[in-house]
Design a protein around this ligand. Sequence first.
Ligand code: B3K
Ligand code: ZN
Length: 868
Amino acid sequence: MRTENAVAPKTIYLKDYTPAPYLAKQVNLSFNLLPGKTIVTSSVDYVKNPAGVSSDLVLDGEDQTVISVALNGQPFEDYTIADGQMTIVNPGHAFSLTIVSEIHPEANTALEGLYQSQGNYCTQCEAEGFRRITYYQDRPDVLSVFTVRIEADALAYPVMLSNGNLQEEGMLADGRHFRVWHDPFPKPCYLFALVAGDLERVADTFTTMTGRKVDLHIYVRAGDEGQCSHAMASLKKSMQWDEEVYGREYQLDLFNIVAVSDFNMGAMENTSLNVFNTALVLAHQETATDSDFMSVEGVIGHEYFHNWTGNRVTCRDWFQLSLKEGFTVFRDQEFSADMNSRAVLRIDDVNTLRRLQFSEDGSPLAHAVQPDQFIEISNFYTKTIYDKGAELIRMQHTLLGAETFRKATDLYFDRFDGQAVTCDDFVQCMADASGRDLSQFFRWYKQAGTPSLQVSSHYDASHQRYTLTFKQSQPDTPEQTNKQPLHIPVAVGLLDAFGQELLPTRVLEVTEREQTFTFADMADRPVPSILRGFSAPVKLETDLSDDDLRLLQVYDTDGFNKWEAGQTLALRTIQRVMDQPEADITQFVADIGTLIAQGLSGQGDKALLARALSLPLLGVIAQHQAVIDPAAIDAARTAILIQIKRTHKEALAALYDLNRNSGEFSMTPEAMGRRALQHAVLEILTVTNGTGCAARSKAHYDAADNMTDRVTALACLADSDQPQRAEVFADFYARFKNYPLVVDKWFSLQAIANREQIFEDLAMLRNHADFNIKNPNRVRSLYSAFAINNPVKFHDPSGKGYAFLRDVIIELNTINPQIAARMVTPLREWKRYTPALQAQMQAALEAILATPNLSGDVFEIVSKSLKG
Ligand code: B3K
Ligand code: ZN
């Protein structure tokens, strides 16, 4: 018997990639789920890979006890185990290897490999969880056909699922039963899944474009069946959308989704057996907000779309992670845009990109979309790989146009179905289908950091000529300097002085460090609308005047840039107030009055107006600061909101009343827009946290017939010291204490409060009977909500905010290293803060680094943060 545990951190390089020495012809797994242990038997037929460079079979394995090994059916002991790998020297050209091992899912708190969630068994294998189940070549370029036998107690685990089709089932002695699942499509082991438990099933069907009927099953805990209809509808819409937009059909006869409460991420795309965090399946108006509904639709779509982008065409190695994630995020964004309001979705996505990805790009953890090294792959499921990766696909879509892009994706699926490929292979399909040279474009994959794009304009009246000059520059990032210019698609339109569109959108391709574009026959100086739809992930600086921006804010035909013009004006105004607290901001406040008046006239999209009335969040404003002082940003932002409230109090109250909830609850975009607008208005009306504010918020809560309105009321009361605060929070808890996802909201809404006694509140929440350090959703609901969404108190000069986070990271380091590493995120940009805050953040990072038995996950993020 051999036991294998921790593995020392070591850096892996893209340049060292070599093909696997052996191919796995077929994999037979057998799971005996027993009380206190699980016995895994894996029998794999291997054959030497003609492309392989070594003849040793090297299998990855962690956290398991090997009971026996057999080669071609004979007991075998001539193997070594060291550093998380079993090596068999030159086992031959073709052979079968059987390994029996013992694992402990009931003790697995890392939630990787096979583990238990509320007594049910489930798996998470991406990226390297399969090695916690059995010894195998745990890498995405080894594809095999899996047959899986599961055996367990029939009463406790009536449901037993794996990938593919059910092949056999039956009863055994002692009340046990078994099932055999077979997935005919070769797949990498990261897409393997197993579920066993006591679950209820919600069923529906979908008929594919070729007329095949697919069974759709969603498994949840008893009592949650009534919260699955939105997820099921979203799944059917996703299947149809992928057929219509990409011509892609689902290949199997069954598609399962299982919802579990304990999950490190949002969801996982295992072939035909998606495992989901309950937060992204369950949705009912009484317990989920509009934004939860949107997330469920987006993530159900995302995981479904992986069936083609990730599963049927997969990644050669983990440096290619964005091949599947960037493309799949782009697909889910476009799906959501087609199902809802395109401009609203784009605004929300760009806001997230700026707040979270741009800050990652500006931190010591900045990395390329196709990185060239990592220590722990789990740390690379980042905003850069996902969201910037999606922007890279979007730019290719913009450069090629929708039709040619579709030709290119058809080519990609034809060429690579059933294979494990690279980002280079994807871009080559774009180039081949369009006949374009995309080699310069590929630099976007290799160079980290957010480029800056400066634009200056010139009008030559005598020649009636207008020019735009673009200058691009790339920041240095860790281990990358002297970067090359990028190929940047810049969508531009021109308006005249009255707001009429002179030139509809056209895409300028900026490829030089400095480049000028000329527009002829311009009778007057036009106003340019630059980077429409945020056509490239850059930091744009223009020489537009406030008046130009005000014109765009009212007349631009591009919904995104209309909003963007207002945000730029807001950022300029916030900066003015930060530089000079007495600065005159009456023009800006008057412009907000125009927007309110527009709302009162009942015209325009309410969801867009809600966003236009919201000042940029502190995290977005921070991206524009050389030295970040959260309290100073917040003071300026709040001062402006107070002036808006004082100036427009009656109009705002009227707009609030006009958008009151009347009649039946509805989930139409119009109804969601109305709720969003009411929220934006209530936020301004309650900014002073006085008695009237609390009364308003309480009334909003009392009138609510849905979770969106309740959460709005709680958010507007969170910072308050008025008695209504405690009343409403207590009522909310009493009503929803049996709904874990709503209790998560109750934790978060208190953790984001910007008020004096926050540290006592945090201590109370940490010690609350409902707090559970082993449940990632609950940990995030307290700690991530605080550290990310309460920037003022997280960066409290006392350092108490940092200490609060530091302690949980140290505690989680041994319980769940992946979650612990993610929790470090708000500290990694420490060098951008004021010297006093920097010192405290650095001390917190150093204390974490000094922790004995630091996991590779936490070590990588903390050591890189400190080094940067
Ligand atoms: N592919 C999974 C991510 C799993 C990461 C595990 N560390 C979810 C997704 O992107 O769809
Ligand atoms: Zn994904």
